[in-house]
Design a protein around this ligand. Structure first.
Ligand SMILES: [Cu+2]
Length: 498
């Protein structure tokens, strides 16, 4: 019942509203609606004309005033070789669409004025005009073709991969929530292989360390350096979601897609210092970097090339910032020499190191340098306790005095040290842990010390400079109470005697 009453009310109200509308129309006609329309039409015409004559100049003036905020203008010049090409494409599009924008606005508002309603003027209806159709299809088609062809040409140039004979350096950028892991190839110039199945907390990139190319790879955690004028190929990957490798000053932007490596090749042409110097010309960059410290450094002095993630990849997206510093080749080389291999400094010898117990080619020169420094320090030291050095990389077959082949590197270092320092003599000491028969231990340690001495005399060291002593377990370095300590006590060492 209530519903019926409501429906009836709605119907009645609708009828009332329609009737009111009719009454209003009739009254307007009696009052002279034509006059009212004439007035309104005249006003609208003039206002259209007024609007366009203020709006268009205002657009142009503001574009001119704010041009320094646009990419490719003023302080935002491109800092890479291909950057200028992209900027000029944006410019061409801006000019062509700008012309169309101005012309259509003038036409739109001028016609609104010119063909405003007038008494006795009748609209002319055009059903179809082939000529017009052709013009407004052909003109945009030609312009679009021009833009697309130029774009394709630019795409082919910018996206061309490096040739095999070209001089370039390759780095790798891996996006993850929420940082960029950047990998440099190290002295061999080659990035090592990766396998996602090997990814762990300590091996973030899943580097396959059975691949020797991985051994010298560097993963810097602070500022990243690039040499100016050198072609850089960035291998871009992602670990979790979609990221985007964006170096805006170099006009480099490429999606980092999980499971699908992408790349970008670019050549930085301005060093950070040069770019700062250019920014210096603009008043806005002469303002203090930190507004609370007006006497502090200016904005241009603190400028850095920034790597950002241009994909909204999650909550911490904004924090994916890395600094790339472009410097001269000499400065770059100096920085690069200081970088430490991730594998050798962070991963070597850990439980999941696939090369545990093996000597790697890269380690041989490192160990040689370390050995010669230790010997030098021992000779120079006044303290007798410093004269004994452990041969950390000399190993024997279990229970025997046969040297393992990997021991030769350390023993060759010892040969070099003895040749470099003809004034020294050494006592080679063999040591065991406390397991097993004491007498047998002494005998084994004696045989092992002699094996080392024999190796040295074979390499031309006078036997008068060598003495081999088997100490058994009488000189432990640590109490024999754990496997680790017992391993420490099983050793060969040498003591320098002048
Ligand atoms: Cu991201």
């Amino acid at each position: 019942m209530t519903a019926l009453i409501i429906v009836l009310c709605i119907i009645l109200i609708t009828i009332v509203l329609v009737q009111i509308g009719r009454v209003t129309e009739l009254t307007a006609e009696i009052k002279g609606e034509r006059e009212a329309r004439k007035d309104a039409s005249k006003w609208n015409g003039w206002l259209s004309l007024g609007f366009v004559s203020i709006f268009l100049p205002a657009v142009m003036i503001s574009a001119w005033l704010y041009k320094d905020q646009m990419m490719g203008y003023g302080p935002h010049a491109a800092a890479s070789e291909h950057g200028g090409t992209l900027d000029s494409m944006f410019n061409l599009t801006l000019i062509l669409t700008g012309i169309v924008f101005v012309l259509t606005h003038i036409a739109l508002f001028w016609y609104a004025y010119k063909y405003r309603w007038k008494e006795n003027r009748k609209a002319e209806f055009i059903a179809h005009d082939n000529r017009l159709e052709v013009i407004w299809t052909a003109v945009p088609a030609v312009v679009m073709t021009l833009l697309v062809v130029r774009g394709l040409d630019a795409w082919n140039t910018v996206m061309a991969d490096v040739g095999s004979d070209e001089d370039f350096m390759e780095i790798e950028a891996t996006g993850q929530q929420f940082n960029w892991i950047i990998r440099y190839p190290g002295p061999d110039g080659k990035l090592g292989a990766r396998d996602f199945k090997l990814t762990t907390g300590s091996n973030q990139l899943g580097q396959d360390f059975t691949d020797p190319k991985n051994w010298d790879d560097v993963i810097p955690s602070t500022e990243l350096y690039l040499p100016v004028g050198k072609k850089v190929r960035v291998r871009i990957t992602a670990k979790d979601v979609l990221h985007n490798f964006d170096l805006v000053h170099f006009r480099v932007k490429m999606d980092a897609v999980p499971g699908m490596p992408t790349y970008f090749v670019f050549t930085p042409i301005k060093t950070t210092a040069e770019y700062r110097n250019e920014l210096r010309k603009y008043p806005e960059y002469n303002e203090p970097y930190d507004p609370t410290d007006p006497t502090g450094p200016k904005r241009w002095e603190k400028f850095e090339y920034e790597l950002a993630c241009a994909e909204l990849c999650g909550k911490g997206h904004y924090s994916m910032k890395r600094i790339f510093r472009v410097v001269s080749q000499e400065e770059f080389d100096a920085w690069y020499r200081e970088q430490k291999s991730f594998y050798l400094t962070e991963f070597r010898g850990k439980d999941d190191d696939p090369n545990k117990g093996k000597v790697l080619d890269v380690e041989v020169p490192m160990r040689a340098a370390e050995f010669s420094a230790n010997v030098k320090a021992a000779i120079e030291s006044a303290d007798v306790a410093d004269n004994t050095l452990v041969l950390n990389y000399v190993w024997f077959d279990t229970g025997s005095a046969t040297l393992k082949s990997d021991s030769k590197y350390e023993l060759d270092n010892l040969v070099t040290a003895l040749n470099d320092n003809p004034q020294i003599r050494i006592e080679i000491g063999g040591h065991t842990d406390d397991t097993g028969d004491q007498e047998a231990n002494v005998q084994l340690s004696q045989q092992r010390a002699q094996a080392v001495a024999a190796y040295l005399t074979d390499r031309g060291i006078a036997s008068s400079r060598l003495r081999a002593v088997g100490y058994g377990d009488s000189k432990p370095l640590a109490p024999n109470d754990s496997d680790a300590n017992r391993a420490k006590n099983r050793r060969t060492d040498f003591t320098i005697t002048l």
